[in-house]
Design a protein around this ligand. Structure first.
Ligand code: NAD
Ligand code: ZN
Ligand code: ZN
Length: 345
């Protein structure tokens, strides 16, 4: 079968012909219908040797939806069912994994993978081998190109918002920085599950247009006076929460410059920026910081239900798997609107 494999750090992934896996034990073979392309894929392929614990080569693709094609003798699911993969794969044995919280597996530091397409063969292929049924969530009639991005862009945004929800009642304001694959779903999830109004920030006009279509009240480009513009929208008090889907020093500084006392910052983007914590200092009193990573399996089921109810919709651009290099290039140049989705051809 065709697969897009990462074979060397710092190089683009290469198309390859590999054996179709045969499921054993409790394993499940899923025929891939769609796989989302995430900005993290760019971070992974661009990583310097040693930065990530993954062994090469492996097939990329951590946002996967498809149809169950074959089962190992111990797998208790049905061939033909349509599913989305719960992508973070932990050790499978610790308390966290047992509770469907593989994203915070206690043995993460000892594993040579973080999930499907992240050190283990993922979904940029015709088939993907899933180690256990606990990594599958049914999608019923949801289309594959809607379902696949829910497993990371949707789930990570949902998990990040869940961590802030206690602070986001009526008459609160949340700023979303970076309205790409994750950010445009975060805007919709904030609108669907909190009372907060949403302000959006990006470096692209078309991303701001997408933010508005996603339910944001206001959007602004990053400029020298962006902090003042956003503060003015709250009558000067500052915002209740910031979700940063970029994570550079510039966006972290923007975030702490617009939060009101007791404000919350969730850093999702892996931009490598730094924020210095010191007291007394310039950080707002009561400032709270979180670094949410991906999400839990129960949360994935909740995101799928939210999409099934029509409350969230993924803006997608479809590419055949054979055109992955073009999709990767467009994502790198900031030319993808919403999420790029690869479909096996
Ligand atoms: P994306 O490329 O689809 O979207 C990024 C958006 O940010 C784009 O709209 C871009 O124009 C905008 N942007 C870039 N620089 C900006 C700046 N300085 N200020 C404001 N906006 C800016 O990326 P994505 O797939 O949505 O991923 C976003 C980030 O989240 C990436 O760093 C990715 O690695 C990370 N990520 C983290 C997790 C996690 O669990 N923590 C999960 C998935 C992705
Ligand atoms: Zn991702
Ligand atoms: Zn574990």
């Amino acid at each position: 079968m065709r697969a897009l494999r990462l074979t060397a750090w710092g190089e683009p992934p290469a198309p390859a012909e590999v054996e179709r896996p045969v499921p054993r034990g409790g394993e499940i073979l899923v025929r891939v219908e769609a796989t989302g392309l995430c900005h993290s894929d760019l971070h992974v392929m661009g990583a310097v040797p040693g930065a990530l614990p993954y062994r090469l080569p492996f097939t990329l693709g951590h946002e996967v939806a498809g149809r169950i094609a074959a089962l190992g003798p111990d797998a208790d699911v049905r061939v033909g069912d349509r599913v989305v993969l719960y992508g973070p794969w932990g050790c499978g044995a610790c308390d966290r994994c047992a509770a469907g919280r593989d994203n915070y597996c206690d043995r993460r530091d000892t594993l040579t993978w973080h999930g499907a397409g992240l050190g283990r063969d993922g979904g940029m292929a015709e088939y993907v081998l899933v180690p256990s049924a606990r990594h599958l969530v049914p999608i019923d009639g949801l289309s594959a190109d809607q379902a696949a991005p829910l497993s990371d862009a949707g789930l990570t945004s949902y998990h990040a918002v869940a961590g802030l929800r206690h602070a986001l009642g009526e008459d609160t304001t949340t700023v979303v920085i970076g309205v790409g694959g994750l950010g445009h779903l975060a805007v919709q999830i904030l609108r669907a599950t909190t009372g907060s109004r949403v302000l959006a920030v990006d470096v692209r006009e078309d991303a701001l247009a997408l933010a508005e279509r996603s339910g944001a009240d206001f959007g602004t480009l990053v400029r020298a006076d962006t902090a003042r513009v956003l503060r003015a929208r709250t009558g000067g008090a500052g915002v209740d929460a910031v979700l940063d889907f970029v994570g550079t020093t510039q966006t972290l500084e923007l975030a702490v410059g617009i939060l009101r006392p007791g404000g919350e910052l969730a850093v999702v983007g892996s931009g490598g920026g730094r924020l210095t914590v010191y007291k007394p200092g310039v950080l707002p009193p009561g400032f709270r910081l979180s670094l949410p990573f991906w999400g839990t399996r129960p949360e994935l089921a909740e995101v799928v239900a939210l999409a099934g109810s029509g409350a969230i919709h993924v803006e997608t651009e479809r590419f055949p798997l054979s055109a992955a290099p073009e999709a990767i290039d467009r994502l790198r140049r900031g030319r993808v609107r919403g999420r790029a989705v690869l479909v096996p051809d």
